[in-house]
Ligand binder design. Structure first.
Ligand code: F0G
Length: 464
């Protein structure tokens, strides 16, 4: 296996490589990010994506049941008997006409890829099953991450469900929603709350993992991203293998956009799809590093020769002004995305764009998504808010076919949802007003009635 699969520096000019079993997740030559690289010419690759339809009849086989591993020929880094699966990836790609109308698309043009259906309630399980597989291959017995909540929930679930690893989780103090914190605690992970935000926690967990030899499952780990490629395979599968015009995804640490572009780039190179979709990454306005650098500073991958001093200068300015990320979409409250160079490459590959949307628009989009039948957390709704902005700008046309990725489940952050719909000003202000949201467009207020049959009947009749 080791000569067919290895890790390779993303910088073509560097060309550094690392063994399949290496767990440093940094290029040994330049310290840059790594890809999982395959010698496709010597690996068995299906002739057509229709090949995967054969797996559907074999649902009692755990690897064919998994929405990640039924595509294992497209992430062939592990022998079958090493693969770790807990049944992740049973997700939906659902046509959403009411949300399409809100965003300005024609009926039938918008599909929502609902990753909230995963075992831990977010897309992270796609990557975690791949990271756990690699961790098991390398003999690890402890795994760690820094997290805004979903990576930690996923790690905790995989530790508990497989009993293969002890999980160690770093979170910023007060920076994680209760839904996610409760998962880490309930599933028994060691939870370390540090003073600081996600960016601080991520720096620390990398140091601690190195020092203690703990396997790191943040998305700097390229095996995580191999698992996340399968989100796009399932999108294609649900659409009869037809490539959409656009894929819209929220951007935090920029793992997803990097994984999606790698998926499409590989499928194109293997001649399994006829063309690439375009990618749109949506930041929250309060955590908009990628938007600023790509759209305002004009930073481009440039075949790997991107201007690092532009990034360093941007971060130095953030430090000098003391500006911290600040958004109600806490999952993407990140100012220093670790996968930034990979994401630049992704946009070059798939002719991508970045936008930043304010919290109020994210929350309104979330309410519209919920009213359409799929519940998501705030960060996920950034995709639809961003789509709406791009349609307004005429970047995306009403006739384009679009897939928005809903990354996490509505129950991840119930406090925000209740505050949004609350008729009580104090509840609203405590959660939303205090963070700069002045009003919301689509509240569904609970009706207050006395405990009296006639009054209850009157209230129901007048509201329905
Ligand atoms: N949506 C949700 C629900 C997330 O939890 C995250 C990231 C993202 C979007 C952004 O994805 O990093 O691939 O750009 N959450 C990480 C965490 C950072 O720690 O759970 P990305």
């Amino acid at each position: 296996m080791a000569d067919l699969v290895y890790q390779r520096c993303i910088d073509p000019a560097c060309g550094g490589t690392a063994d399949l079993a290496d767990t440093t997740f940094r290029c040994p030559r330049c310290g840059g990010l790594l890809d999982v690289a395959y010698d496709w010419d010597r690996l068995p690759v299906p002739k057509s994506l229709k090949h995967f339809e054969g797996k559907w009849a074999n649902r009692t086989h755990p690897l064919d049941f998994s929405g990640v591993w039924r595509f294992r020929e497209l992430l062939p880094f592990a022998p079958d008997d090493a693969i770790v699966t807990i049944g992740e990836g049973q997700t939906l790609c659902q046509r959403a006409d009411s949300v399409a109308a809100y965003a300005g698309l024609n009926p039938g043009r918008l599909f929502l890829q609902y990753e909230g259906m995963n075992p831990s309630g977010s897309f992270k399980d796609n990557g975690m099953s791949a990271a756990f597989t690699h961790a098991r291959m390398t003999g690890a017995n402890r795994a760690a991450c820094a997290s805004t909540g979903n990576t930690s929930a996923s790690l905790a679930v995989y530790c508990a469900a497989t009993q293969l690893m002890r999980g160690v989780i770093f979170i910023g103090s007060g920076k994680i929603s209760y839904g996610k914190l409760s998962q880490a605690l309930e599933h028994g992970a060691l939870t370390v709350q540090i003073h600081g935000d996600f960016d601080d926690a991520l720096r620390r967990v990398q140091e601690v993992s190195r020092q203690l030899g703990i396997y790191l499952v943040n998305s700097v780990n390229p095996f995580r991203l191999e698992g996340q490629k399968t989100i796009m395979y399932r999108v294609l599968e649900a659409r009869g293998w037809e490539v959409p015009d656009w894929v819209v995804v929220p951007g935090g640490n920029l793992g997803n956009v990097s994984a999606f572009a790698k998926a499409f780039h590989e499928l194109r190179a293997l001649n399994l799809i006829p063309r690439l979709p375009r990618l749109a990454v949506i930041n929250a306005a309060g955590a908009d590093t990628f938007y600023q650098l790509h759209e305002k500073h004009g930073l481009r991958w440039a075949g790997g020769r991107f201007d690092r001093s532009e990034i360093d200068g941007y971060y130095a300015a953030l430090d000098a002004s003391g500006r911290k990320p600040d958004t109600l979409a806490s999952a993407i409250e990140i100012n220093r995305p670790v996968n930034l160079p990979k994401a630049l490459r992704a946009l070059e590959c798939c002719d991508g764009v970045v936008r930043a949307v304010p919290d109020a628009e994210i929350l309104d989009a979330k309410a519209k998504i919920g009213a359409g039948g799929l519940g998501c957390e705030p960060a996920s709704a950034a995709s639809v808010a961003g789509l709406r902005a791009l349609v307004r700008e005429n970047v995306i046309s009403p006739t384009d076919s679009v897939v928005c990725v809903l990354t996490g489940h509505v129950l991840k952050d119930p406090d925000e949802t209740v505050a949004y719909h609350s008729a009580d000003r104090a509840t609203f202000d405590a959660k939303l007003g205090a963070r700069g949201v002045k009003s919301v467009a689509f509240p569904n207020r609970a009706v207050q009635v006395p405990n009296d049959l006639a009054a209850i009947v009157r209230a129901i009749e007048s509201h329905t």
